[in-house]
Design a protein around this ligand. Structure first.
Ligand code: NAD
Ligand code: ZN
Ligand code: ZN
Length: 346
């Protein structure tokens, strides 16, 4: 089958032929309908050889939707042809965190060598995807596969971060979204659908700010050195009760700190690598800073239910598998509005 692989450190990903996977006991083989393009893959492909965590070649794609093509022995509860979305942060299934559905925080994944598809295990940017366990699949039940596939990460990750901060997002509060890209433009919609907070989106691109307004941001602010002062003005000097940074670079974590209100939550979701000092006098009183990762299985089902309720509609741009390297180039250049989605069998 055809697959998009990252093969050599620093080289662009390539479409190559690889052997068709066969489902072993307990596994499920999907024919991939849609696979989302995440900025994290670009980060992975920029990491140096020293300390690179995954074996190469690596088939990319940690957002996947497909139809069941074959079941390994012992798999029940699914039938050939079922349309399903893949929960990506695979864990061991039995540790204390996995027992809560928080496989994203599995206590044993590293030790057992369990990796998400596309981030260690072969990913969804291929004609077929091997899924390690049926518990990582949720029926999409009539949802559109292209619009749904980004929800597996670009939806689930902001949903998890926002859900933590719901008690602070009371009517009259403000939420700031920094970076209105794949994750950020979904975050704006989730905040509008789940809270009565005023939503202010920041980005460096006017196109992304226009998208943020189109999906419900009350205000948009160009992300520059003056952005924090503008947000302060918009909030009558108080600042935001929750800040979601989908960039995580030096200037954005500074902005995040500078717009935080007393007792605010600051979630650094972007993997730009910047640190935000926490300590008395560094931030307004009792600000909580965290760096969340993906979301739980239960939250994944909740996100799909929000899509069914019409709360979130991802803006997508589709590409064939042969065009997948181009999709990454365009994302890298900041030219994707919303989420790029690959159609491996399209
Ligand atoms: P994306 O490229 O679609 O969106 C990033 C957006 O940030 C773009 O709109 C870009 O214009 C904007 N931006 C860049 N610099 C900015 C700045 N200085 N100020 C404001 N906006 C700026 O990327 P994505 O796929 O949405 O991913 C966003 C980030 O989240 C990436 O760092 C990705 O690796 C990370 N991520 C983290 C998790 C997690 O679990 N923590 C999960 C998925 C993605
Ligand atoms: Zn991702
Ligand atoms: Zn576990």
């Amino acid at each position: 089958m055809k697959a998009l692989q990252y093969r050599e450190i620093g080289a662009p990903p390539e479409v190559v032929m690889v052997p068709d996977p066969q489902p072993g006991p307990g596994q499920v083989l999907l024919k991939v309908t849609a696979a989302g393009v995440c900025h994290s893959d670009i980060a992975v492909m920029s990491w140096p050889a020293e300390g690179f965590p995954y074996a190469l070649p690596l088939t990319l794609g940690h957002e996947g939707v497909g139809t069941v093509a074959a079941l390994g022995t012992g798999v029940t509860g699914l039938a050939e042809g079922d349309a399903v979305a893949v929960y990506g942060p695979w864990g061991c299934g039995t540790c204390a965190k996995c027992a809560e559905g928080k496989e994203n925080y599995c206590l044993r994944a590293d030790e057992l060598g369990i990796r998400p598809p596309g981030l260690g295990a072969p990913g969804a940017m291929a004609e077929y995807l091997l899924v390690d366990d049926p518990r990582h699949l949720t029926p999409i039940d009539g949802l559109d596969p292209v619009a749904t596939v980004p929800l597996t990460d670009a939806g689930l990750t902001p949903y998890h971060a926002i859900k933590r901060s719901l008690p602070k997002l009371l009517p009259g509060s403000t939420a700031v979204v920094i970076g209105a890209g794949g994750l950020g433009h979904v975050a704006v919609q989730l905040l509008r659908g789940m809270t009565a907070a005023r939503v202010i989106a920041l980005d460096v691109s006017e196109d992304k700010l226009a998208l943020a307004r189109a999906v419900g941001a009350h205000d948009t602010v160009l992300s520059d050195a003056r952005a924090a002062a503008t947000v302060r003005e918009l909030t009558g000097g108080i600042g935001a009760q929750a800040v979601f940074d989908f960039v995580g670079a030096e200037p954005t974590v500074k902005t995040a700190a500078a717009v935080a209100a007393v007792e605010a939550d600051v979630s650094i979701v972007g993997i730009g690598g910047a640190a935000l000092p926490v300590g008395f006098g560094h931030l307004p009183f009792e600000v909580s800073v965290s760096a969340p990762y993906w979301g739980s299985r239960g939250e994944f089902i909740e996100v799909l239910n929000l899509a069914r309720a019409g709360v979130v509609a991802v803006h997508t741009e589709t590409f064939s598998l042969d065009e997948a390297p181009l999709a990454y180039e365009r994302l890298h250049a900041g030219k994707i509005n919303g989420r790029a989605v690959i159609l491996p069998n399209g």
